[in-house]
Design a binder for this molecule. Sequence first.
Ligand SMILES: *[C@@H]1O[C@H](CO)[C@@H](O)[C@H](O)[C@H]1NC(C)=O
Ligand SMILES: *[C@@H]1O[C@H](CO)[C@@H](O)[C@H](O)[C@H]1NC(C)=O
Ligand SMILES: *[C@@H]1O[C@H](CO)[C@@H](O)[C@H](O)[C@H]1NC(C)=O
Length: 374
Amino acid sequence: MAPNARHAALLLLVVCLAAGAASAIQDGMLPNGNFEEAPPKSQLNGTRVTGRNAIPRWEISGYVEYIRSDQKQGDMILPVPEGAAAVRLGNDASIQQRLALTRGAHYSITFSAARTCAQAEQLNVTAAPESDILPIQTVYTSSGWDSYSWAFEATASSVSLIIHNPGVTEDAACGPMIDLFAIKALQPPQSSKNNLLKNGDFEEGPYFFPSTQYGVLVPPMDEDDFSPLSPWMVMSSTKSVKYVDAAHHAVPHGARAVELVSGMETALVQNVSTVPGLPCRLQFSVGDAGNACAGSMAVQAYAGRGSVKVPYQSKGKGGYKRGVLDFTAIADQTRVVFVSMAYNMKPDGTLCGPVVDDVSLVCTRNHPARRLLL
Ligand SMILES: *[C@@H]1O[C@H](CO)[C@@H](O)[C@H](O)[C@H]1NC(C)=O
Ligand SMILES: *[C@@H]1O[C@H](CO)[C@@H](O)[C@H](O)[C@H]1NC(C)=O
Ligand SMILES: *[C@@H]1O[C@H](CO)[C@@H](O)[C@H](O)[C@H]1NC(C)=O
């Protein structure tokens, strides 16, 4: 290579590296994440998208429909959650977008989904090598559209996000609708001096669209999955918890909290390192999200061999009380667990429940509050 050519190549490399670093995606909506940029008419047959790259910024495979909100679905009109368009994934269909990310960083994806046919619909979400099946059969809003979150680690600086409908039904056009995709880089959870739990106030979590009135579901996961609410995990077979923000809800502390919307079927869990034999005190808030979820609520907290039930009478207008659980650590890992002991419903028939927030765990031989109590 001539010196000039080598210089030019080097310069190109430097420019590319700089561009690569600068182009990692920003928090917020993905490019055409709301599908408002439409496919050209020439690549639509009715609602079916015929070209692989017809939807700007996305690549499709299989039976994918481009749905406008004024179009009839059978004999009903399905409103879309934002703007005027959404996408439906038919049998085994998928849609994907390539994302420029920071290698090694953790990200959460927020998106809206609505099931359309009355069966156990699921979505398979992949950012290789992470791939998970999200159950979407339980509907938590009266509109039929729920916001879901999912997390992964970027193992490369360019990763394809793939949303796939693994279902196969007689009607090829039957399948979930999706819309409104956003991304957020997750900060590593920090421990603080006075709290063994990380993210105890639930401030670090998935992206909220300012228009997201009904919170963001955090679906169940396996213990080795990445969590959008890290290091909190959601343990259930098919049911979620709901992440709520102060802009649209009553939140006991800070800007965010978790609403336990699935009764006894779902546990909110975090493992912490503890010293066996040390006395510990778990403190937390139990309240309601101010979202018309009224009635008798109860949150059961478990840690070590201890447990406590905190009843809370909700008027659906916000408010909370503090719960306390004193226990002795029995292992070098203590699992802190919160479960709602009742099923609650809003007047519109959708599931709701108590809010948990501001959780702290302190283990010490010299617990000042404890000495006062004894
Ligand atoms: C559009 O779809 C219909 C029904 O599947 C098919 O019969 C027709 O040939 C398609 N039109 C074009 C232009 O591909
Ligand atoms: C989920 O989607 C990924 C990527 O398309 C695919 O490799 C995987 O086989 C799918 N999993 C299921 C269970 O369909
Ligand atoms: C969490 O703690 C429980 C015991 O409290 C233990 O059985 C489980 O293996 C732990 N999980 C992880 C991922 O460390």
